[in-house]
Design a protein around this ligand. Structure first.
Ligand code: ZN
Length: 232
């Protein structure tokens, strides 16, 4: 959730593909005027087979209460579109799908989270400007097997698909959550984390060393005005 580093933009990830020009796919309710004005896109517009499991839409998160409305969507800034499309395509070829746990996060939610976990190592300190999730330029993701028929040792499924073993759950505030942790993280989980990182890196999106699931897009560390856009 936290990153304070600003990844180097790449030409591939900085471009916005033509397919991302629409902010909502056919059959999808249009985005709010504020979300469109902020350059946000519904992830399903750019990655139609993305699995979306917004954990803050449920009480199944570190806060233990629902922080997002029931109709919240996974919104990302258009500057992430090309990179995420590249990552998803690579993962698709390898038999995996991206699962989105969190995307754009409104400032009011960030303030709420920091009150509960006032540790800037784990929750970005809310400030006068938006960076990272608050600017729609960071995502929290994991991997699922593309085939619903894949045997599932993990207790958790998303969209009928089994999640890969990554060594910890989302928002695990232990050292095992560090992206490159080895102590207490199985070799399988270390390998799965690397698969995710390499695919995201191919799209110019980089992991936050403190959390294996958090990835920053181009310019995510640049302070910008708060977006003030709703999640639906
Ligand atoms: Zn995050």
């Amino acid at each position: 959730m936290t990153p304070s580093v600003s990844p180097s933009p790449t030409s591939a990830a900085a471009a916005t593909p033509r397919s991302a020009a629409r902010s909502a796919a056919p059959g999808m309710a249009p985005l709010s005027a504020k979300a469109r004005a902020a350059g946000l896109l519904d992830i399903r517009t750019i990655i139609p087979d993305a699995l979306v499991d917004l954990r803050y839409k449920t009480s199944d998160n570190f806060v233990g209460v629902r922080l997002y409305p029931a109709d919240a969507r996974c919104l990302v800034h258009r500057s992430m579109a090309a990179g995420l499309i590249t990552a998803a395509a690579r993962l698709r070829r390898e038999g995996f799908r991206l699962v989105f746990w969190d995307c754009y996060r409104p400032h009011s939610v960030q303030v709420h989270m920091f009150k509960i976990v006032p540790n800037p190592d784990w929750v970005a300190r809310p400030g006068p400007y938006a960076t990272s999730h608050e600017s729609g330029r960071s995502v929290d993701v994991t991997l699922a097997y593309a085939s619903p028929a894949t045997p599932c040792a993990s207790a958790r499924r998303v969209g009928g698909r089994c999640l890969l073993s990554m060594g910890t759950n989302f928002d695990d505030f232990t050292a095992r959550a560090h992206a490159f942790a080895t102590d207490g993280v199985s070799s399988t989980a270390q390998r799965n984390r690397a698969v995710l990182r390499h695919a995201m890196n191919a799209g110019g999106i980089v992991v936050y060393a403190g959390e294996w699931w958090h990835f920053d897009g181009p310019g995510s560390g640049v302070p910008r005005p708060h977006l003030d856009a709703p999640l639906s």
